[in-house]
Write a protein that binds this ligand. Structure first.
Ligand code: DGL
Length: 255
């Protein structure tokens, strides 16, 4: 059981940002990544549809005999994590959520901006999270429909992304930004472009480190940590017929 792979899934290539963190923290594990690019983006679909697609992704990973599953997608986590844990009781399932806590703890002057998909920001899970921290900080939800599509097409820099981000962030910059939370696993790949706009001093935080720490805790708790001493392998699958998605995934894994 311990030598089995850990399964990751996302609506597309975004969850690779979480996988990268896992490889760094748990290099001896075997990994299977499933990107559902055929159905990306999830963030503008109905909750029922995202639940259905999440169940299909988990079924795929279970057939690959994974020992644990990381829902490397904020949108799928907010729409489906409770149901997934209810259906698949025998396997640890780890989700991801916007890393608001570490952003609040930085105690910076200015608002905390949460960039995420419209669904993540509209879900109950998110409003519960905001309630915990809103007393002492100004939290601004910034839905970014259309941003995932750039990254799915392998575009992580350049004029198109820059003008999209500038339009989104211009007014908020005038009011003062304390920190930015990347509440979508696709967005860490455009971190540099965000910095170009807001400046290098404003911290940009994502949830991958917290998620992988939680994965590690779950593996230890369930006695599932791989004890072998060599570097594990990574297998990448994608639901899209477009073979380029595998190349884009590999490229994102290496940057
Ligand atoms: N990467 C995903 C997330 O973390 C979802 C993007 C999408 O498909 O809309 O929310």
């Amino acid at each position: 059981m311990k030598s089995r792979p850990i399964g990751f899934f996302d609506s597309g290539v975004g969850g690779i940002s979480v996988l990268k963190e896992a490889i760094k923290m748990l290099p001896n594990e075997e990994y299977i990544y499933f990107g559902d690019s055929k159905n990306a983006p999830y963030g503008t679909k109905s909750k029922d549809k995202v639940r259905e697609l999440s169940i299909e992704a988990v079924e795929f990973l279970i057939k690959e005999k994974v020992k644990a599953i990381v829902v490397a997608c904020n949108t799928a986590t907010s729409a489906a994590i409770d149901e997934l844990r209810e259906i698949y009781k025998d396997i640890p399932i780890i989700g991801i959520e916007p890393a608001l806590k570490p952003a609040v703890e930085l105690n910076k002057k200015g608002s905390i901006i949460i960039m995420a998909t419209p669904m993540t920001l509209a879900e109950k899970k998110f409003s519960k999270l905001v309630k915990k921290y809103e007393e002492n900080s100004t939290i601004v939800a910034l839905p970014c429909p259309g941003l995932v599509e750039f990254i799915e097409n392998g575009i992580v820099s350049g004029e198109q992304i820059r003008s999209y981000l500038f339009e989104k962030l211009e007014n908020l910059m005038e009011k003062g930004i304390g920190a930015i939370v990347l509440g979508c696993t696709h967005y860490p790949f455009i971190n540099e472009e965000i910095k170009q706009i807001i400046g290098k001093e404003i911290p940009i935080i994502d949830g991958s480190e917290g998620t992988v720490k939680q994965l590690k805790r779950q593996l230890i708790k369930n006695d599932l940590l791989n004890c072998k001493n060599q570097i594990g392998s990574v297998k990448i699958y994608n639901s899209s017929e477009n073979k380029e998605l595998i190349d884009i995934s590999k490229k994102l894994l290496s940057i």
